[in-house]
Design a protein around this ligand. Sequence first.
Ligand SMILES: Cc1cc2nc3c(=O)[nH]c(=O)nc-3n(C[C@H](O)[C@H](O)[C@H](O)COP(=O)(O)OP(=O)(O)OC[C@H]3O[C@@H](n4cnc5c(N)ncnc54)[C@H](O)[C@@H]3O)c2cc1C
Length: 377
Amino acid sequence: MFLNEEQKAIQKVAGDITKKIIAPMAKQYDETEEFPWENIKQLGKLGFMGMSVPEKYDGADMDMVSSVAALEEIAKGCASTATIVAVHNAAGILPILMFGTDAQKEKYIPSLAAGNSIGAFALTEAGAGSDAAKVATTAVQDGKEYVIHGSKCFISNGGAADTFVVFATKDRAKGVKGLAAFIIEKETPGFSIGKHESKMGIRASSTTELIFDKCRIPLENQLGKDGEGFKIAMMTLDVARIGIAALATGIAAGAYEEARNYAKVREQFGKPICVNQSIGFMLADMAIQIEAARQLTYHAAELKDANVKFGTEAAMAKTFASDMAVQVALNAIQIMGGYGYSREYPVERMMRDAKITQIYEGTNQIQRVVISREILK
Ligand SMILES: Cc1cc2nc3c(=O)[nH]c(=O)nc-3n(C[C@H](O)[C@H](O)[C@H](O)COP(=O)(O)OP(=O)(O)OC[C@H]3O[C@@H](n4cnc5c(N)ncnc54)[C@H](O)[C@@H]3O)c2cc1C
């Protein structure tokens, strides 16, 4: 991928901080499931918590290509940290940036962009996963307030966030047309964090339930208009999927580098294992697949930067990159044999981390529904 000087500089800053502080701590965070606050603080100082936020709101004002380059670098070292950053930037900040009033942007964005507060996006519920029309959390107007009642599950950054973009229905009979979006602050009475999920991978990224027990918020906390909730969610996820594609590419690139370096020094039968064609070709295929995913991801980012339609390309990039990342991480383990399977080496963590990229921000089956709808028009 050809990056201009500014994009290359951003990529290098992200790569340097990953090598220096993020990657060395990834194993420990994975084991303890502790939220990596130190990483987030450092990334905030460098502008990575407000990547697409205009300077007016104290953001770094990066284009999407730069964000993709940065996310790939961070994910090479720690997919938990990359998930926190990706969700915060795209799903936490972007809906407010795209649909917020000036007052909402002024109130919430500068602190989010600096990394002083964390953002989250809450659509999924126990009965509404792939089928967002089944959202059962309700928003009922009572005078100058909305009363939000219900619960959400699997919310990334749940235990760490200060600002939540929450989707609730004003009229269940209307399905997705009844959905509206709201900004809910952590300290609001009636709002609490429920169960923390213990997960297979991205274990340091907090994933929780959210509980709204007749939680009252001012009317001005509605984001966008009535009936716009589904549109806000889908437009947000279109962009967020480019980030997940970058993240998956980064995990794969990290696993590939580990396996390649290992194969060059590990000797069996008197020679490095990489001189066996079966290992060398496996590495070659991994390199090809990673580059293909990277190109799809950058292509979707370039379309976004050019302000043309990019939703289908984002879905393609997310699907290809995440399927690829799982396979590449599995191959990295195979190349490293018993050592790859051991928790002493990072590739088994990378394989566990890679799996989520096929599931969140819309499963790959749902991405294929989106893509097939578009190509069969
Ligand atoms: C770690 C993690 C973090 C997450 N973060 C967030 C977050 O920040 N915010 C948020 O709102 N949500 C989040 N989610 C939720 C995530 O987006 C959902 O898990 C996902 O959309 C799938 O929903 P589900 O788990 O209910 O699966 P289901 O929708 O029940 O799907 C189960 C299976 O059926 C398949 N399936 C369903 N419908 C169809 C269909 N029409 N055609 C073909 N196959 C189908 C699915 O692909 C899947 O394989 C997160 C989930 C996890 C695990």
